[in-house]
Design a protein around this ligand. Structure first.
Ligand code: SAH
Length: 472
């Protein structure tokens, strides 16, 4: 049997699809790129903005004829469109969908297939087919993840969820409603997952969470940290005063020690949870990359207050200063929402000025989109016209292109270390420690999964090019 998983949305969704694929592979199914050939067809959905939700819904409509043509195809929907509480209207609207799965929960599909195809999927027979050289023992352990057959030895990077859900209450955000309360995964399970990936050839992992720096506080039962954090406050907790030891630091240390793994990243951080201890760990641990993703969302304090982000623009300025002081050559990424409820031109310009001042490496931009159940959708008017949102978006986009173009110029003539992820149009493609995309040509060696020293000859805003240097 063959499966096809279409994934929309964030890295967390990519990781969830990977987990689903792993479970299907363990049942002996194999991946196919061709939707029409699949016996099991799954759509993993995003609803963070209306546009994403519309895309998911039209995909579901599009596959209806396929299901009519081939009624035996098992159709599944996973992710934020479904949500953790189940979604009865969705089930009614799409009767041709067989299985609904909450985010990160492939269980219902596995159960459905075992029930329907039990005989064909006899475990003993399939076990042998996915046996890995030295991963056998680990396969029975929680967290063990099997890559799709065709990715084994080929996939270089992978995402690993460490915190599910989110208990924050940003007024614009639907994620807590769809992904449920914050839950950290046990450290042993995460380590098993990373080890299983390394056995299959993965060299770099990105540890994921909505507020990744809060990893483990819930496991410790340490409600001190949770209570202390007051998202409703005008200005949040000055994070350098957070007295608690961050369990994420322990996790980074353990993952850093995994043999065969070359690099570790983590995202997304929240400004109020970025402790000095964590930044020290980023600097000191050789495999943890100098790359921080910490969204500011807006540069105006009144807008931040209405978003209930829990910090001011000055708090964020100090945070960026602190990150740069602690971690040399760090790259910093942020997220921005333009046109949030009530955002005036002057307030928008404070975002523009903040970005002009801080010169961050990456800015993920979004136009505000009201989402059901959120405080903003219930209590504030979505009063910035679409054309105005678009204009603000374009302004920041042009600014970002200019600033990041300038930042990347500094790499000209420098030799950077590139972990090669694969080939693209006859060139090798990989990333620097700062997560900058680099291309180089070399027909003489298979560089995939290797570390290359590349001298940068051309630098644009979105990528760089160079030539590989003889290895030392
Ligand atoms: N946990 C992260 C956010 C994850 S969602 C954090 O704490 O910041 C990814 C991004 O989508 C957010 O950073 C935000 O910029 C954007 N986003 C979330 N809700 C949105 C909405 N209603 N409209 C537009 N963009 C939104």
């Amino acid at each position: 049997m063959k499966y096809h998983v279409a994934t929309f949305g964030c890295q967390m969704n990519e990781a969830d699809s990977q987990r689903l694929a792993s479970e299907l592979e363990k049942l002996g199914l194999r991946a196919t790129d061709a939707r029409d050939e699949a016996d099991v067809l799954v759509l993993n959905t995003c609803v963070v903005r209306q546009g994403a939700e519309d895309k998911a819904l039209s995909y579901l409509h599009m596959i209806r004829p396929l299901k009519q043509r081939r009624p035996n195809v098992v159709v599944g929907v996973m992710g934020c469109l479904v949500g953790v509480r189940g979604n009865t209207p969705l089930k009614k609207a799409f009767p041709w969908v067989d299985v609904f799965m909450a985010p990160s929960e492939p269980g219902p599909m596995v159960d459905f297939l075992l029930q329907r195809e039990g005989k064909r999927l006899a475990e003993a027979e399939t076990r042998a087919r996915f046996a890995l050289q030295d991963g056998d023992a680990a396969q029975t352990q929680p967290g063990f993840l099997k890559l799709p057959e065709h990715e084994i030895g080929k996939r270089v990077t992978a995402n690993v969820p460490i915190v599910y859900g989110c208990s924050h209450a940003c007024t614009f955000c639907i994620i807590p409603f769809r992904r449920g309360a914050e839950r950290s995964r046990p450290i042993g399970e995460i380590v098993n997952e990373v080890r299983s990936l390394v056995v299959q050839g993965v060299k770099e992992v990105t540890l994921l969470g909505q507020i990744v720096d809060r990893y483990g506080y819930d496991l410790l039962g340490d409600d001190y940290a949770i209570k202390r954090y007051n998202p409703g406050a005008a200005s949040g907790v000055p994070s350098q005063n957070l007295p608690v030891h961050a369990p994420l630091v322990d996790l980074l240390r353990v993952v850093n020690d995994i043999d065969g793994l070359a690099r570790v990243r983590f995202l997304t951080s929240h400004p109020n949870w970025m402790t000095d201890e964590l930044l020290d760990a980023v600097r000191e641990l050789p495999k943890v990359m100098p790359h921080i993703e910490v969204p500011v969302q807006a540069g105006d304090d009144e807008v931040l207050r209405r978003m209930r982000r829990g910090y001011t623009s000055d708090d964020y300025r100090r945070l960026i200063e602190r990150i740069r002081a602690k971690v040399p050559n760090v790259a910093i990424a942020t997220d921005i929402i333009v046109g949030f409820c009530g955002e005036t031109e002057a307030q928008f310009m404070r975002t523009f000025e903040l970005l002009e001042e801080l010169k961050l490496d990456v800015v993920h931009l979004a136009k505000y989109s009201p989402r059901p159940h959120t405080v903003a959708a219930r209590e504030f008017a979505d009063d910035v016209p679409e054309e105005e949102k678009e204009r603000r978006f374009r302004l920041l986009e042009a600014q970002h292109e200019r600033i990041t173009g300038q930042i990347n110029q500094q790499y000209l003539g420098q030799t950077v270390e590139v972990l090669v992820e694969g080939e693209h149009k006859g060139k090798w493609r990989g990333r620097t420690p700062q997560n900058k995309l680099v291309f180089f040509e070399d027909a003489h060696k298979d560089w995939r999964g290797q570390m290359a020293q590349v001298k940068i000859a051309w630098a644009g805003p979105w990528s760089m090019q160079g030539s590989v240097q003889a290895s030392a």
